[in-house]
Design a binder for this molecule. Structure first.
Ligand code: CO
Length: 157
């Protein structure tokens, strides 16, 4: 396992649409291990592969509950319900938080590191994290959902 550098807003990789994983191999396992280690070391709740410069549809979520780290490969949101609005941040934009509306409950279909399909449901923070991380795989950043935000510095757009 190894810590990876987290790219900051402004890096091209954060705006790319990521490709699906087709090989469930040792490189994928290494990426997932590294994402989890980097996430926990950064005290975050979610981290997506493009944030470490890997343009693959892979992300991890850990809301410090009994489920531990949830590894999502080729995730798709298949059901949502309700709504919540709360301050949201991103490890790629340190120390900036804006209110974002998200569904309150989200069900995701994904594959595990071995290529087995599963579904997982999250509420509240977990639902928010699933939406935020899956957005990253399409080059969407949480600030894209924010209206009336205080302008950020041009070099961070
Ligand atoms: Co983020």
């Amino acid at each position: 396992m190894a810590l990876r550098e987290i790219l900051k807003f402004g890096e091209d990789a954060l705006r790319k649409k990521c490709r699906e994983v087709t090989n469930f191999d040792d490189r994928l396992a290494q990426l997932l291990d590294d994402l989890t280690e980097t996430l926990i070391a950064s005290d975050g709740v979610g981290l997506a592969a493009p944030q470490v410069g890997i343009l693959r549809r892979v992300c991890v979520v850990n809301v410090r509950d009994e489920r531990g780290t949830i590894e999502l490969v080729n995730p798709q949101i298949i059901e949502t319900s309700g709504s919540q609005t709360g301050n949201e941040g991103c490890l790629s934009l340190p120390d900036e938080f804006y209110p974002v509306e998200r569904p309150n409950k989200v069900t995701v279909k994904a594959f595990d590191r071995h290529g087995n399909e599963f579904t997982v449901t999250g509420k509240e923070l977990a639902a928010r994290a699933f939406c935020h991380e899956i957005d990253h795989l399409d080059g969407i950043l949480f600030t894209d959902h924010v209206e009336n935000k205080v302008p950020v510095r041009e070099d961070r757009l």
